[in-house]
Design a protein around this ligand. Structure first.
Ligand code: GLN
Length: 456
């Protein structure tokens, strides 16, 4: 398996570092435990890839940034400890957009990641390496992080399942912080069942992360398939617009028809704040990032520019940060610093928090009319590497995903079939959202729709 991963990775660039020795050692110890009649845990035998913004004592934790090129974490993230306790074999650290900022994995300092469904296409981002690895069969599943869609959009682009639980379900201890009020860790997997199993291993309270919830994690799929006739599925009008690739809307309509034929009640819902999500997100996330990334000053750890004689400390900080961070990260830090600065705070940051509240209320009203919201994950399938999307078009990729982070609710992308683009056949994702802490129903509905799509 490791040899196969190494050879395919030279094309896909999904992994930055393959942890061959420690993976072999884990696999060996699992075999020994099995031979001794021990139960090595629910994930024994499964090979998992880890996004490179999750701290691991094995290998490096680079966030795909020159800033952390040589960084080795002295501790494991809680999710890593839980995976190891459950018997998983961690096979490598995956490439991503630098510091998780992006939707294409092109801002990775170690070169762009490629999509297994078309090697000249992006895998999505920022968890693009994780999605590419799972989509190509170079891991059974992977961990990603999702601040505005970074698990779900790459899962959609690479034909896998990507699940972002409710904010607070999974400990963020050991996740390199981007937007702390939005960040959530979750699995990318080949099926809803696998994603649910990993979620159950990862989730639950952690004394190292005060934002984790102590609500019990219910085993989601134990009750078997859900009867569609008991369901009210809400379809937001704002998610079926002509900004979608026509094939994306067609696949969505097919899924709606299958659900209706199986007896589900389909409800039209309005989410008029949808488009405000992007502006709100691109104020709040950079504001939090500008504060979180202030720690990379080149003095305590990470990259440091070569000091020049006579240079002041301020000048050394500035050069370190200009050389260590790539252009997108610098853009976000400047944007975030600006919206938090005296005089602009009220106009941008405070206002965004107010809009955040309205978006949350809009979801509450929508969920009074339906159990689950269904729409596309992204308006289009994977675009070409170097397509040269301007910043705004790149940000608009996240139009359907950011609001789940803004409201803190759980959301999942599942394979929704494929569409034709320039003579190529590319996967697209269906996006399901549920009320906060409604993972159990969300996963059961996702599993039902997954089998409908598979049997088509
Ligand atoms: N694409 C979004 C951004 O660039 C989301 C990133 C994420 O979820 N980490 O910020």
């Amino acid at each position: 398996m490791i040899t196969e991963i190494e050879s395919s990775n030279s094309t896909l660039n999904a992994y930055h570092e393959i942890l061959a020795d420690s993976a072999r050692a884990t696999a060996h110890s699992i075999d020994t435990r099995l031979a001794a009649g021990d139960d090595p845990g629910p994930l024994a035998g499964s090979i998992l890839a880890i996004k490179d913004n999750l701290c691991t004592t094995e290998g490096h934790t680079t966030c795909s940034s020159r800033m952390l090129e040589n960084y080795r974490s002295p501790y494991d993230a809680t999710v890593i400890t839980r995976l190891l306790e459950a018997g998983a074999t961690l096979v490598g650290k995956t490439n991503m957009d630098e510091f998780a900022m992006g939707s294409s994995s092109e801002t990775c300092a170690w070169g762009p990641v490629r999509n297994p469904h078309g090697n000249d296409r992006v895998p999505g981002g920022s968890s693009g390496g994780s999605a590419s690895a799972v989509g190509a069969g170079l891991a059974d599943a992977a961990l990603g992080s999702d601040t505005g869609g970074s698990i779900r959009q790459p899962a959609a682009f690479c034909g896998c399942v990507g699940f972002k639980p409710t904010y607070g379900r999974i400990s963020r201890y050991g996740l390199v912080a981007f937007g702390s009020s939005l960040d959530q860790i979750g699995p990318l997997a080949r099926s809803v069942r696998d994603a649910a199993l990993i979620y159950e291993v990862l989730g639950g309270v952690d004394s190292n992360d005060a934002t984790t919830s102590d609500l019990a994690i219910e085993p989601s799929l134990a009750d078997g398939p859900i009867d569609p006739s008991t369901l009210r599925i809400g379809v937001p009008r704002e998610h079926c617009t002509d900004r979608n690739h026509p094939g994306v809307t067609e696949r969505l309509e097919q899924a709606i028809d299958s659900l209706r034929n199986a007896g589900a009640t389909i409800v039209d819902v309005d989410l008029p704040m949808t488009d405000y999500g992007i502006s709100t997100y691109y104020v709040i996330a950079p504001a939090e990032a500008s504060s979180n990334l202030a720690r990379y000053d080149g003095i305590r750890y990470g990259y440091r520019a070569d000091p020049r004689p006579g240079e002041s400390l301020e000048e050394l900080y500035a050069r370190t940060r200009s050389e260590g961070f790539g252009p997108e990260v610098r853009r976000r830090i400047m944007l975030g610093t600006y919206v938090l600065s005296a005089g602009y705070y009220d106009a941008y940051y405070k206002r965004s928090l107010q809009v955040r509240r309205l978006i949350k209320q809009e979801f509450d009203s929508a969920f009074a009319k339906c159990d689950i919201l269904l729409g596309p994950t992204s308006p289009s399938p994977a675009f070409r590497i170097g397509a040269g999307l301007d910043t705004i078009s790149m940000y608009l990729n996240d139009v359907y995903t950011v609001n789940a982070n803004i409201a803190g609710i759980p959301a999942i992308s599942i394979p929704g079939g494929s569409v034709e683009q320039d003579g190529e056949t590319l996967p697209i994702g269906l996006h399901l959202q549920a009320p906060a802490f409604g993972e159990s129903k969300l996963l059961r509905v996702a599993s039902t729709i997954e089998s409908m799509v598979r049997s088509r």
